[in-house]
Design a binder for this molecule. Sequence first.
Ligand SMILES: Cc1cc2nc3c(=O)[nH]c(=O)nc-3n(C[C@H](O)[C@H](O)[C@H](O)COP(=O)(O)O)c2cc1C
Length: 199
Amino acid sequence: MKISIISASHRTNSQSKKIYNVLNNNLLSLQPDLDTFSIDLADVSLPLWSPDKKSGKGVWGETWNSLSDNLKRSDGFILVVPEYGGMATPAAKNIFLLCGNGELSHKPGLIVSVSSGNGGAYPIAELRMSSYKNTHIMWIPENIIIRNVEEFNPGSHGKNIPEWLDDRIEYVLKLLLAYASNMIPLRKVVNRKDFGNGM
Ligand SMILES: Cc1cc2nc3c(=O)[nH]c(=O)nc-3n(C[C@H](O)[C@H](O)[C@H](O)COP(=O)(O)O)c2cc1C
């Protein structure tokens, strides 16, 4: 089974990247034979969706095809998304436009939002409302908000990180893995290509 983790920060060496490394390690402790794949959208710098994508030229050739193939082979996703201006980042919104070929279809997704302060709720509300229609991603009913993210350092958290947060993260990762394995057979009976886009 394969889980892809996407960091939707626009900053290289971001807090979101720190979190996705932690989540990647946690997933591998829970399930050592798990295949994981990570994308840092700040590092890959994918352009905004444009009609050029169809041409398959430049970045839309090997770079995108390799990312798309890895996502297609994934059984579940974690999106680590910082709150920028009370919103999900443009990079987060862009990836949903780019994944137009069934990459995320009928697969469970976990939203992990991060904030350096007390924010983090808005990206979750936004993504739950608007990202699933054509991608058919299935956000699981739990999400994680990591507030005061600079203080989140497993083993030596700062005083503003609640002591229950590590337990909750473990619970939610187990839940994601359970959804991911149980949704594999479901995808054989859904995924109609003639209803590729939602209403
Ligand atoms: C452009 C920009 C806008 C931001 N807006 C918010 C905001 O609305 N709410 C919030 O809680 N934090 C906001 N922050 C602070 C981020 O939560 C903080 O920088 C966090 O570390 C960003 O995650 P990153 O390091 O993964 O990019 C903003 C940061 C940036 C760079």
